[in-house]
Structure formats: structure tokens, C-alpha cells
Write a protein that binds this ligand. Structure first.
Ligand SMILES: [Zn+2]
Length: 239
């Protein structure tokens, strides 16, 4: 197989050599792929603005050893509204960054592609204050780090849960209390996000409960990424 086609989301790009750019893609079938867009920094490019971060594209690539080469690109979705709204753009880039950090090269992760492409379409469609937090929780669950929410993560008692601890990986009862306090309403909202009522959860308006779920999502994602990076030895190499 020398050439292949796939759907992809552009995660990020960086300069490469004198005139080229490397585009980091999350593809539907082939996982994360790094591909060279030749000559794009020399004025007019035949790829135009189709390789901007967060664009959804249909792409034809020539297989290389570590870097593939981009042959053809068609734009599927440019997410115009998302691009012209700084808050939404920042959220979209945070989503792409989390996926980029979690995903090894060339390992198919179709479930993460689904999550990212759907979240970007949703983010472009309308502004939900819970979207980024909900996305983080869904990605954590898809990556095997679903939080325990129905009984105490430490003693397993189905008691009232009052705290959330990242090390224990879920909610804790008053006996085992550690980490940060969590409100009953935030636990309920989190259960909806992860328990098949996502669309309904995303209708939540900006509130302290939404902020609670978002803040916890951000910390849970940071915790998970750090552990993942340690496990693949990225930190060791920099010591
Ligand atoms: Zn307990």
C-alpha cells in the first residue's frame, strides 16, 4: 500500500525544512499520522487554507517511513463559526491537544476520531458551557479511565458520595473522603455525561455546577495525561 485515502481532523501543524510544513492528523482509519505538505510556505499552495488546525478533511496520502506525504486534500468542514470566536477556538484547540498527547502514531483509534469530530461539529454549531468538560470525560472513559460514580471508589459502599479523588479514580463517601469536595448536582450531571444522556447534559446553562464538572474534568485530564506520558517515558528522556 503506497497511497491511501482517509478522513481526518488536523490536530496541529509545524514548520519543516525551508518551505514545507508537517501536518499532524487524526485519521478515522489509520490513527495519528504526520504528513508533509510540500511547498506550502512558498506563497501560493495547491492546498490553500485546507490544512488549518481543526479542519475536517478528506485526504490522500503517500505512505512514508515516519512522515507520509500529502497528495490531495478536500475540505469536508472548515468550522467557520468556531474559528471566528476566540473562546470556542481555544476550546477546540484544547480538544485537539488532549487527543494529540494521548494518541501514539499510526495506531487506529476510531472511537477517539468519532469523539473529536463530533465534538468539533457541536462546538461549531453552538456554544455549550459544558462541552469541553464533557469531551474530556468522554475521552477519559474511552481511554479506560472512567471514574467510579455509583458507589464509593475506595470502600465500595453505596453511601452518599461527597468527594472526588483523582488517585482513587472516582467519588468517595464521607468516611473515605479525600481529594476535592463534589456536590450532589455535579455528580448527577457527570453521570448524565457518561451515562448516555450527553445531549441532555449539554443543554445545561452556565452555572456553578457546570463549572464544577468542567474544573474536575480539566484536572482529571491533566492527571491522566501526566500518567500516560510517564508510562511512555517522555519525562525520563528529559531528565
Ligand atoms: Zn468509602
Amino acid at each position: 500500500m503506497k497511497s491511501y485515502r482517509d478522513e481526518a481532523v488536523v490536530l496541529r501543524t509545524y514548520k519543516f525544512g525551508e518551505a514545507d510544513r508537517v501536518v499532524v492528523l487524526l485519521t478515522r482509519e489509520h490513527g495519528k499520522v504526520r504528513a508533509v505538505a510540500k511547498g506550502v510556505r512558498k506563497g501560493k499552495s495547491r492546498f490553500g487554507g485546507r490544512l488549518e488546525p481543526l479542519s475536517m478533511i478528506d485526504i490522500q496520502l503517500h505512505l512514508g517511513r515516519s512522515l507520509d506525504t500529502i497528495q490531495q486534500v478536500e475540505l469536508v468542514h472548515t468550522h467557520t463559526k468556531l474559528r471566528t470566536d476566540f473562546a470556542r477556538l481555544t476550546q477546540g484547540l484544547s480538544m485537539a491537544e488532549a487527543i494529540d498527547t494521548l494518541t501514539p502514531d499510526r495506531e487506529p483509534v476510531g472511537h477517539l476520531y468519532e469523539l473529536l469530530s463530533r465534538a468539533l461539529i457541536e462546538l461549531n454549531r453552538h456554544q455549550s458551557p459544558l462541552l469541553l468538560g464533557a469531551f474530556y470525560w468522554k475521552v477519559l472513559a474511552a481511554d479506560g479511565a472512567s471514574p467510579v460514580l455509583d458507589s464509593c471508589a475506595r470502600c465500595d459502599e453505596p453511601a452518599e458520595l461527597v468527594a472526588f479523588d483523582l488517585v482513587e479514580g472516582g467519588a468517595l463517601c464521607s468516611q473515605c473522603r479525600a481529594g476535592t469536595p463534589i456536590s450532589f448536582a455535579a455528580l448527577e450531571l457527570l453521570r448524565r455525561v457518561l451515562g448516555g444522556a450527553l445531549a441532555q447534559a449539554l443543554e445545561a446553562e452556565d452555572s456553578p455546577v457546570v463549572n464544577e464538572v468542567n474544573a474536575l474534568a480539566r484536572r482529571a485530564m491533566e492527571f491522566h495525561l501526566e500518567r500516560r506520558l510517564k508510562s511512555i517515558g517522555v519525562f525520563d528522556r528529559h531528565l
